[in-house]
Design a protein around this ligand. Structure first.
Ligand code: SF4
Length: 354
């Protein structure tokens, strides 16, 4: 059954829209100081090529503001976000300096008047604002009320800031609530989703290393997506940001938002396996991004012909391994045998001719 997405308003970010009528976009963030403009621009181009939809730079000083114009002149077309803390003047400069979205934590921007100035600059340039709330940024009063950064406290803080922007007649808002605890992320976003129709940027922050971070993110982001909550995602990893894109796309695929891509199914192997399925799956995964498909396709790589064809029946196409060969199977029907050294080539050709 298809997941019914929570209905949200649509927010324009550069050339993209974020919201329930749009595909779920994938974001990442640079760890390079934005004042190292050339390095940041090269990284942005790499991230764009890797499938990143929206990319963010931390802007700690005026020097860093140049990164937006420089990236655009170099051919970066994906929307770029300015991440601002503490100094609202940086947000103003970025709004006029080529950023496509401003991320602020209104809690540390200062007085309402400063927030009003940021709103004015964003409105003048047609930019949305992301309110980013996390466990470490709660207002003293809210923290005192709840005693700790509970999901209720996080959601209340987010709504407080959204209402502040509404007071200035600003509604082009995306909200994120993040925590390093997947369960809190899920609960806080569920509460928030009930209280507003703003698109939600979801993710588990400080999730950890490649393996741990992907697991925590898959639990937090995956649970929300299955509820229909979440319009743009970021997987935060202590790793190359290209890994964040891959992980986010894999999570989307696992939930069923794979788009026109390949959903790979493979068996765990067992005592019946007579083929090197581990190497075959690894080889296929390396080639997967280069395979031309124009619709969602499930491909099954199964270890044997005893259960393989049956287990792969749900797949569009696949193989079931034998001794020194494999059966090519389409929708549960055996098509022909392929010698072991030609399995990947012939499978890819068959997929592209589906
Ligand atoms: Fe074992 Fe065959 Fe099932 Fe793979 S498909 S787990 S090899 S029985």
């Amino acid at each position: 059954m298809q997941i019914k997405r929570r209905k949200t308003r649509q927010i324009k970010v550069g050339k993209l829209f974020i919201g329930s009528e749009q595909p779920i976009s994938v974001q990442s963030m640079s760890a390079i100081p934005a004042s190292k403009v050339d390095k940041c621009v090269s990284q942005a181009l790499e991230m764009q090529a890797a499938g990143c939809d929206i990319f963010r730079f931390a802007v700690p000083n005026m020097e860093a503001v140049k990164v937006f114009e420089a990236a655009k002149s170099a051919g970066v077309t994906m929307p770029l976000v300015a991440d601002i803390h503490f100094d609202h003047r940086l947000a103003l400069e970025c709004a006029y300096g080529g950023a496509d979205k401003i991320r602020i934590n209104p809690g540390n921007i200062g007085s309402d008047d400063k927030v009003r100035e940021v709103v004015k600059a964003c409105r003048a340039n047609g930019l949305p604002i992301r309110i980013g709330v996390n466990s470490g940024s709660l207002e003293k009063e809210i923290l005192a009320k709840y005693g700790s950064p509970t999901p209720q406290a996080l959601a209340e803080s987010a709504m407080y800031h959204a209402r502040l922007l509404e007071k200035f007649d600003f509604y082009d808002t995306v909200i994120s609530i993040k925590s390093s605890n997947s369960k809190n992320v899920v609960e806080a976003n569920r509460i928030l989703a009930e209280k507003c129709d703003y698109p939600l940027h979801i993710g588990v922050t400080e999730a950890g290393s490649l393996n741990t971070g992907i697991l925590k993110s898959a639990v937090g982001i995956g649970a929300l997506l299955m509820d229909g909550i979440g319009d743009t995602v970021r997987v935060s990893l202590t790793a190359d940001p290209k890994e964040e894109i891959k992980a986010a796309r894999d999570i989307l695929k696992a939930v069923g938002y794979g788009g026109n891509g390949i959903n790979l199914v493979s068996c765990p192997t067992c005592g019946r396996t007579q083929i090197d399925l581990v190497s075959l799956v690894s080889e296929f995964e390396k080639r997967i991004d280069g395979i031309k498909v124009t619709r969602p396709i499930t491909v099954a790589l199964m270890g044997c012909a005893v259960n393989g064809p049956g287990e792969a029946r749900e797949a569009d196409i696949g193989i079931a391994g034998g001794k020194g060969e494999a059966l090519l199977i389409k929708k549960g029907q055996i098509i022909r045998k392929i010698p072991e050294d030609k399995i990947i080539e012939e499978l890819i050709e068959a997929i592209e001719n589906l």
